[in-house]
Design a protein around this ligand. Structure first.
Ligand SMILES: [Zn+2]
Length: 134
């Protein structure tokens, strides 16, 4: 069993009005970034569908220096039409994120929920303040 101390929230850095489906994300991670599978454990698309990526028991590839003990959750979006950071989550995505996080918190009660940028201040991801909201 992996010890999970962190649940890290990401955005896919996709512009408003543009789609970046789960299958495309997985394909890019495998074909372009040479990961063995999608780097995230969960992916929430604009409709609020929660896709299962890498199995929880496997180390992900989503946050440098913090993969070993974390679960990575990504939502589709995170940029405005000009490519600037923006919380673009739909109501369905917010609801899905709540459901997923309450499940994860139940199973990993000691894990902290943080945004990527809380661990890497050079990043804007996930374009909202996870600590104040979740
Ligand atoms: Zn990120």
């Amino acid at each position: 069993m992996r010890t999970i101390t962190l649940i890290i929230i990401h955005c896919s850095a996709t512009r408003e009005g543009t789609r970046y489906p789960f299958a495309k994300c997985r394909h890019d991670h495998i074909a372009n970034r040479r990961f063995k599978d999608i780097g995230y454990h969960y992916y929430i698309d604009r409709e609020g569908v929660i896709w299962t990526g890498r199995p929880e028991q496997e180390v992900g590839a989503h946050c440098r220096n913090h993969n070993k003990h974390s679960i990575g959750v990504c939502y589709e979006g995170g940029l405005d039409r000009q490519g600037r950071p923006k919380d673009t989550r739909t109501q369905a995505q917010k609801r899905a994120m709540e459901v997923l996080l309450s499940d994860l918190k139940e199973r990993y009660p000691k894990a902290l929920v943080l945004g990527h940028r809380d661990l890497n201040p050079g990043k804007d991801c996930p374009s909202f303040d996870v600590r104040s909201e979740l």
